[in-house]
Design a protein around this ligand. Sequence first.
Ligand code: ADP
Ligand code: MG
Length: 724
Amino acid sequence: PLLFFSKMKPVRRLVYCRVRPLSQDDQECCIEVISETTIQLHPPDGIKVNRNGEFKETQYSFKKVFGINTTQLELFEDVAKPLVDDLLHCKNGLLFTYGVTGSGKTYTMTGSPGQGGLLPRCLNMIFNSIGPYQAKRFVFKTDDKNGMEIQTQVDALLERQKRENQSALIKTPKQRLDPDVADMINIEDTCKVEGIDEDSVFTIFVSYIEIYNNYIYDLLEETPFEPIKPKPPQSKILREDQNHNMYVAGCTEVEVKSTEEAFEVFWKGQKKRRIANTQLNRESSRSHSVFIIKLAQAPLDADGDNVLQEKEQICVSQLCLVDLAGSERTHRTKAEGNRLREAGNINQSLMTLRTCIEVLRENQMYGTNKMVPYRDSKVTHLFKNYFDGEGKVRMIVCVNPKADDYEETLLVMRFAEMTQEVEVARPVDRPICGLTPGRRHRNQAFKDELTRKLDEREVPLMESFPPLPSCELVDPSDEQTLPALIECLEKRQRAREMLIETKSMIQNFEGTVSGKDNIIQEQRAKLSDKDRIILQHKSELDRLEKKTKTLEYKIDILQKTANIYEEDKRALQQELDTKDQKLHRQLSDNRRLEARLQGVASETKIKWEKECERRVAAKQLEMQNKLWVKDEKLKQLKAIVTENKNERPDQPEKPERPSRDKDKVLLRPGQFRIETGVPGGNPRRHWENMQTPRREDPGSKPRSPGLPTARQQRYPLRHRAALA
Ligand code: ADP
Ligand code: MG
């Protein structure tokens, strides 16, 4: 849910840009600062020609742009001061410098003699702020699991003595501060964090690591000096502590008490880095360096005198200052062989950084939950928690305006532009110690008052006794000395009595005061209880508020989703309706078509039936006719035969037409009968009607009776009827 919360935070810019002045060898400048927040890139001459005269100027915006005249102080005030402020208020911070080699990353982070960079300035501000409230050395102790222990001042003192005894044996004479170093930490202004908790004690630990070729090296590790065959440095591994913070396992953490001491430690690491790079033939611009300032703070006890011995009350915060490797592509470094592989890896880790930031940005902008590939490189893995929202992240993009760098600078700008939109910061809740604020001052005031009172008391005591007169008796008739002495002694006696009285009075008074004190203490305890309750309520309230916000956000998203679905539903419903209508229309069309087709089919059927009938009839007629003709011929033949055979006159000469019909219906000459096989048709059909009119036709030529004309044979029945 916290991650979710960090996603919904408004997007704030976190990238600054610093433009360094052109060096003397370079003439052409391709960057122009056009406003407090914007720079413009001009492609240098060569590039313009190469790209067919394409001339494109591009602008890039940042949270703030620092031009060539910006001093180290100005930069510090804007960029790093808020991070130091956070550090002292128990919040983490991460500051990167990013850019091409020679663009001023190291100048910005470390500085040069006389021009201290962000690192010494941060240290200076930190020690200025916690100076009077620093814990004695060894009161805080780091353990090997990224945790912090606390011990009493007495134990711390004993440990200090023990260590001093040990180191005295191998101690080398203390060198004086390197003048260059002294120049870098000689910071003109002394700024301070306001509102730091004066009822706490503080201490600073520093560590310095280098990441080269995706291996982590501890630059503060004490290694025995081996002049003949120096051992290569051992790389370290990353671990996750119980609070899910990443740390370099076994990394040296040095407790420091002043800016000088801290910077000296840094400088020592820096020297070691340089030596290692030379010995191992490394390209130093290809390594990332990380300087970690860890602040531990713990509340004073109720008396305001000692550190509260409660581990849970220790608050640890850290500020990481990272000088990244040069962002240029490999070919620029003219790396070869081994170095090329290393360079590839370094680019890989910068690429992972870019990818991580890209994914984070996407997650923030679109509310997605994509995996951020932190583990792909040591740099991103080490700072995983920062990206997850635990602390402020800032980046200074350094640029050199020279023409040679133009193309690389363009790439840097593109990355910076994307990084702009990622902001990850969530509040860190401090443990509440529940003790009354102002303990340190009260304790101090009490001590002061005590000494003052003691001082005051001595004086009136001595003065309240009148001096004894001289008691030397020389003259027996001395009448004055003794009475004077008596008087004086009486006076003293009286004064003494008075003093005793006053003393008892004072004792009484003190009794009442202490009673009052007790009451006050009680009230204070009650008050602090109430305070605690209030704080608890407040944090509960905060939590609920956050929850409400998250839920509101979720509701909002759900509402939007619901709306979208609703719209979808409506659209789909509409679509369904139109489809339904269309379907109905199609159905009725189909029905109509079917009916029509049925009509056509039955019509065609009838037509064909009739046609078939007609053809059958015609055929039958034709056959009948043929038959009839044959019959006729046969008859004639028969007649001839009988005529020849039968000279006898009694023989009847009646030609008979043979018939195959079973019922043997007698037909008149010229009449005949057929049987049709056409289904649905009349089983018998007589053709008399057809033949009769022909016989009566006056214009017809005489021919064999009943014989159908050629015309009759040629045309179908119906047509013949029509012709008739
Ligand atoms: P990087 O660390 O990015 O490779 P450096 O910080 O080493 O670059 O800078 C290269 C050179 O430029 C150094 O000599 C440095 O003093 C000089 N330089 C860089 N930035 C500035 C600046 N803003 N003003 C003056 N000199 C600068
Ligand atoms: Mg550098």
